[in-house]
Write a protein that binds this ligand. Structure first.
Ligand code: BTN
Length: 326
């Protein structure tokens, strides 16, 4: 760890409080001059650190820059160690992890970005990923599960995100089958899971779970094509900063918990409880075709059971649904 990372780590753990330069220098066994240089560099990177003579350095409570140092304190001790990396701007965290996976990167690599310039969504769509107001995160797994069971990885991720949102922000989070998270009737999170199949072994070579969250509605608002459906967990003026690091950590805490006992499928009941399509009149969308149906239930395999207008009942394991206005 560099002196700058050490200093940041101590300041993050004492956020809002003064830490004396002498104490920092002693704890990290470096000179006070080296501490001062590290502080200057952090300030240049945008960290809001005040230096008060005889009191020390203080990282402002509302500082909201994502970093390993800001996230790691919130990771639970019991989760397996994750190999966390935070970057300022990337094309797509999923695309980069896919490249790393094919170069042999181990399970547990987590890539988080402040901003994505080519964020990708399901069905070949873009995912709007501006800086500051969102959280964009991908997790690399090498699961020893069948291709069928791997579908539940997304299910467990959706439940993890919903629970983390509720724990960190207090906002009620519901799941729109298959894996969109809604708060106050707006989509605040989408999940894109991509996998490499091991044709010989019949399982997965790797799996990447990409999670994109709109933590706050962007000040410049969402682009026109998603304005109606997308929402932030918070409006911009209600957003208290310093939440994204906690949110990232809590998602990982819940997710690793489920993943480490994957065969128990402990997340299914929670997934069903949070699903809000049940009882609604819906459209099943395939390409440019719409089919009317009524959503009956989420079954024990997380499939959406629907009734078609002719009375036929079927269970969908993937697809896209919209709710029909009454
Ligand atoms: C969707 O709603 O269609 C899924 C959106 C998934 C977005 C996340 S953001 C992190 C990861 N990187 C990407 O390019 N996409 C996923």
């Amino acid at each position: 760890m560099s002196a700058k990372q050490h200093v940041l780590s101590v300041l993050e753990q004492n956020k809002g409080n003064n830490v004396s330069g002498a104490k920092l220098a002693q704890e990290l066994s470096i000179s006070r001059n080296a501490i001062w240089k590290a502080i200057k560099n952090l300030q240049l990177e945008g960290y809001n650190i005040t230096a008060v003579p005889n009191k020390g350095y203080c990282l402002s409570e509302d500082n909201d820059i994502l970093s390993n140092e800001s996230i790691i304190p919130y990771l639970s001790d019991t989760i397996r160690p994750v190999n966390l990396e935070v970057r300022k701007s990337v094309t797509s965290t999923n695309t980069i992890l896919k490249e790393l996976a094919s170069e042999g990167e181990a399970e547990g690599k987590v890539l988080i970005a402040e901003e994505q310039t080519g964020g990708r969504g399901r069905l070949g769509r873009n995912f709007y990923s501006p800086s500051r107001t969102g959280l964009y995160m991908s997790v690399l797994l090498r699961p020893k599960v069948t291709v069928e069971d791997s579908l539940y990885i997304t299910t467990s991720a959706a439940v993890s995100v919903a629970k983390a949102i509720e724990k960190v922000t207090g906002c009620e989070a519901e799941i729109k089958w298959v894996n969109d998270i809604f708060c106050n009737g707006k989509k605040v999170c989408g999940i894109l899971t991509e996998a490499g199949v091991d044709f010989e072994g019949g399982g997965l070579e790797y799996c990447i779970v990409g999670i994109g969250i709109n933590v706050a509605r962007p000040r410049e608002d969402f682009p026109d094509d998603i304005k109606e459906i997308a929402g932030g967990i918070f409006e911009p003026n209600r957003y208290s900063s310093n939440l994204r690091s906690k949110l990232a950590a809590e998602i990982l805490n819940y997710f690793w918990g489920y993943y480490s006992e994957f065969s128990k499928k402990a997340f299914i009941d929670e997934y069903r409880r949070r699903s809000f399509l049940i009882g609604k009149e819906i459209n099943i969308i395939s390409g440019d075709k719409l089919q009317n149906a009524r959503a009956l239930e989420i079954d024990e395999n997380a499939r959406l059971v629907v009734q078609l207008p002719d009375g036929e009942i079927k269970a969908l394991s993937s697809g896209e649904i919209s709710i029909r206005p009454k």
